[in-house]
Write a new protein. Structure first.
Length: 328
């Protein structure tokens, strides 16, 4: 009898000494189509700091009026909350600005994938007439005249202020813009109570309808191309077709690439209205309806849309330790 009691005491004591993470139900979700964002990325903090400064420097634009942050405000989900972005002198561009958050997880850059890397992407807005409308020689001249920039560049890059160095620094900063440790990521790592029953149901429905066929991986998208209008002619129904609506066709000239776009990440989708490359849809619920009709060929009941929206609100993680999630 005494042996039995002693044994029970040992078991009880061992439970109190065991970490709660071990006591929690061990749930293996490694087979899920969505995976957590890495808690950190391998970036050089000195280059990130320089890149952040450049990202917010209006001298990259021809008339010193706008910076990269003009279209990619970190306070607006890494985008700009308007239908079409505009550049110097209020020149309106033809396309909606995608978020810069988690852009380092995307397999290519821009909606049409014309830039293979973040460094390549920097060239576009700096030189585009409807964006920053600048020339690299002018940018280099302006930054080289800044003593602090000149010193900082020389401490990192042997050649000092150069086009390649500017692009690399901005790209390194953008690679640092991950949003890990959101509630859904904590759920994926085994924290069952991190999301609610409705949010779990929303994720299940998201999978059952087939949304994960395009929106999967750590970024919940951003890792493949897809035709906009698989199950219906979105552009004919919308009307007023523009050049940017041709998607990747503008890059390759191949007919099979017409209306083909990089699938956007949904990680911070609750923060980046309006939606799609054309910025045509304001409400997330309506964006889901459009996707259901033209990508899945079906209507989704209102209650299921509401559950999917609840799930999507669990996806934004943290930036610099602060949660990006908004109430809904």
């Amino acid at each position: 009898m005494n042996v039995t009691v002693a044994g029970l005491l040992v078991v009880i004591l061992s439970l109190f000494m065991t970490p709660l993470s071990i006591l929690a139900e061990a749930v293996d979700r490694s087979g899920e189509p969505i995976q957590p964002i890495p808690l950190q990325v391998d970036v050089d903090p000195r280059i990130v700091k320089l890149g952040e400064r450049l990202f917010n420097d209006a001298r990259l634009s021809g008339d010193n009026s706008i910076s990269c942050a003009h279209c990619h405000s970190l306070d607006l989900g890494g985008a700009d909350a308007i239908k079409h972005s505009f550049g110097v002198e209020g020149r309106e561009g033809p396309i909606n600005s995608p978020t810069v958050f988690n852009s380092g997880l995307s397999f290519v850059q821009f909606w049409d994938g014309r830039a293979a890397t973040l460094e390549d992407q920097v060239d576009g807005p700096v030189q585009a007439g409807k964006e920053m409308d600048s020339k690299w020689l002018d940018v280099i001249r302006k930054l080289s005249a800044d003593v602090s920039y000149s010193r900082e560049f020389k401490s990192i890059y042997k050649s000092g202020v150069t086009r390649e160095g500017i692009k690399n620094a901005i790209a390194e900063f953008e690679r640092s813009l991950i949003t890990p440790n959101g509630r859904f990521d904590r759920y994926l790592r085994g924290e069952e109570s991190a999301i609610t029953t409705d949010e779990k149901r929303g994720y299940q429905i998201f999978k059952e309808y087939g949304c994960v066929s395009c929106h999967q991986g750590a970024s919940v998208g951003g890792n493949m191309y897809q035709t906009f209008g698989v199950m219906g002619d979105y552009f004919k129904d919308r009307g007023n077709i523009t050049k940017v609506d041709q998607g990747r066709f503008n890059v390759t000239g191949k007919e099979e690439d017409r209306h083909l776009f990089k699938v956007p990440s949904l990680r911070v989708v609750t923060l980046t209205s309006p939606y799609f490359h054309d910025g045509s849809t304001e409400k997330l619920e309506d964006a889901i309806k459009v996707m259901a009709k033209y990508q899945l060929g079906r209507e989704i009941p209102k209650q299921d849309i509401e559950l999917i929206v609840k799930f999507l609100h669990t996806l934004p993680g943290q930036y610099k330790g602060a949660s990006l999630e908004r109430s809904h």
